[in-house]
Design a protein around this ligand. Sequence first.
Ligand SMILES: [Zn+2]
Length: 438
Amino acid sequence: MRELHFRHEKIEKMSKKEMQELQLKRLKQAVHRAAKNAYYNKKLKETHVSPDDIRELSDIQKLPFMTKKDFQVNFPYGLLTVEKSELVRLHATSGTTGKPVTCFYTENDLETWTELIARNLTCIGVTKEDVFQNTVTHGLFTGGLGYFQGATRLGCLYIPFGGGNTARQLEFMIDYGVTAIHGIPSFGLRLVEVAEEMNLKVPLRLAMLGAELWSNSVRKKIEEGLECEAYDNYGLTELIGPGVSCECPESKGDSLHVWSDNFIAEIIDPATGERLDFGEEGELVLTNLTKEAMPAIRYRTRDLTSLEEECACGRNAHVRMKRIKSRLDDMLKIRGVNVFPSQIEYVIMKHKEIGYNYRIRLWKRGALDEITVEAEVKNEVFRDLKTEAEIVDKMQLLKNKIAEELRNLILLRINVELKPEGAIPRSQGKAKRIFDER
Ligand SMILES: [Zn+2]
């Protein structure tokens, strides 16, 4: 058994029965609070539900779903359940499509959030002894100030480095003896790549990564490259930001504990809205039980996963959600086959010859959809190859192997193109991997 750490041991190891009582109490409060908002109240009336109809936990299924649209039509202040003067912070999504989704916080909301991030960090083993570098921007993105608050609460020496500037980030890590970082997985890969180029050794201890889907093949590259244990965490701006769920040392690589004293997780069939059982895959629906500033009740996340009970770490009342492999919105339909980009990532990044960047291009050959995966091959692969013919052979073999693995997993012919290191353009911020040229 690995060493386990708890921030709120009583809550984290609560029995399931105690948790259900707490959730029911908080759910009633949350629905009463939400009903103070005119828009939400109208939604309830249209569904013929009153807040008093919530008598047991399963009554949550009587409540209407919320979707991104509820946030969009109420932009910017329409979903508030408190006076504007009670708000102390807002964060927002990048809003690449339309208006950004805004998350408002009261003083209590910020406190809850800070403790949830401190819980995430403690859960993976971060302590006040750690020197903690946050590699994301400290602006509107929740991953900046969110982790600033949580790590500072734990008493870490906190470095608010911000995004980009990879070489300088690595220098900081070495100079100040950084032991733990927070970031997005694609930047984790970038750190490994640049450290390799510069021949730097960066022995971290822990990396908390999130805000993008990432496969365990990517995790392995980051863990080897930065000599650390890399953990996944999950959250949404609509709910609170990060702090919704996190891997523990026992569930690492498989699933994340949903902090069930604050959130109720449900899985539904995305087509019918019907609730599914433990172990069945469907769309994740989340309710924030404690948020004061605005409601997020039965919010449809568009993320596909399933729920599991029990964990060797003892956080049995905090259900585990399987690592998210796909989003409904990311699903590509190619020649009638559903393809999830994370499946492709898993296959290509498993190969040690493949570097740290890839992209997926969708294009048309006549009337037919084609999919091409471009990946970079590490320079070191060519080091011992002498002739042009040897290089061509080696590349052909690798290409065939990857194409075959992709065909076996996805049951679709996928074109593979291998490129030299650095040939695929890098994106700023969250990695853009899909290029639809159809
Ligand atoms: Zn656990």
